[in-house]
Write a protein that binds this ligand. Structure first.
Ligand SMILES: Nc1ncnc2c1ncn2[C@@H]1O[C@H](COP(=O)(O)OP(=O)(O)OP(=O)(O)O)[C@@H](O)[C@H]1O
Length: 266
């Protein structure tokens, strides 16, 4: 069937962006944290957000699954479309949206439940499993995708909080992918991990790209260079430059990007 798609259609499908942000502004009270940001984020790609502390990386990331809705003083305007659908449309249920746009945080934050229940919780509340057998399949698949199955399969009924930091972060990744998301947002997912656990999570991020659009905030330029294909450099709430990661790190066009990657600002 694939071969019957005309070549020009294939091209346009490949170039289509998963997330399209246009003229996004975010204010926290009087603080203008994101200033007129427009960006197209591709599917099956890891996109890194980099920039000095306070430049708005996390704020913009949180716009992509409406996590800023949970902050009283935050006001978001502009358009954000995922697969062409406006995620700020009043008819969109933010809880459903967050199942489709999963998030992994800086500090591993497993629920105080068993490893099994951490992963099964999302599919249960979103009605993705008809019975226990379905749920078992989802839990195993998610833990396998998160490269945690071998380490966890004999202790599924043990608390998630009893795992090591790196294992806990992979459990949080398994929990995020258990609801069959299409986009995975990661806010400095390795900052609390040691170098070995960091390497494991980075390897995993590269694999996750096969199935998802992954957006990662990182303070580490080395990490951005290792894991991402696209990089967005933010500065003082502006998206200064967005390009192929190789280009950002070897031939940036804006002097601010150049200063940041050479360590002169930040
Ligand atoms: N909940 C909040 N309430 C008020 N102001 C906030 C809030 N979160 C962020 N800000 C402000 O918005 C701006 C952008 O912050 P944000 O955390 O998005 O930056 P960042 O680039 O992710 O920083 P870091 O790298 O230090 O995590 C900063 O001026 C920050 O003080």
């Amino acid at each position: 069937m694939k071969d019957m798609i005309p070549v020009d259609r294939k091209m346009s499908t490949m170039q289509d962006s998963k997330i399209s942000a246009r003229g996004v502004q975010v204010y926290y009270g009087e603080t203008h944290a994101i200033k007129d940001v427009s960006v197209e984020i591709a599917d099956n790609t890891v996109t890194a957000f980099i920039g000095p502390s306070g430049c708005g990386k996390s704020t913009f990331l949180r716009c992509l699954n409406r996590m800023n809705d949970t902050i009283d003083i935050a006001r978001v305007s502009g358009d954000i479309l995922i697969d062409g659908e406006d995620i700020y449309d009043p008819r969109i249920d933010p809880v459903q949206l967050r199942a489709k746009v999963g998030m992994v945080f800086q500090k591993p934050n497993p629920f105080p439940k068993s490893i099994y229940d951490n992963v099964a919780y999302g599919p249960k509340i979103h009605g993705l499993a008809r019975n226990k057998a379905d749920l078992d399949v989802i839990v195993e698949k998610s833990l396998r995708k998160a490269a945690l199955w071998e380490e966890a399969k004999d202790r599924l009924d043990k608390p998630g909080t009893g795992l090591s930091g790196g294992q806990q972060q992979r459990l949080c990744i398994a929990r995020a992918i258990a609801t069959a998301p299409e986009v995975l947002l990661m806010d400095e997912p390795c900052s609390a991990l040691d170098p070995i656990a960091t390497a494991q999570v980075e390897e995993l991020i590269d694999e996750l790209r096969q199935s998802y659009s992954v957006v990662i905030v990182t303070h580490s330029m080395q990490q951005a260079a290792r894991v991402s294909q696209k990089t967005a450099f933010f500065h003082l709430g502006n998206l200064v430059e967005y390009d192929d990661t190789d280009k950002i790190f070897t031939n940036p066009q804006d002097p601010r990007t150049e200063s940041y990657i050479s360590g002169r600002i930040g």
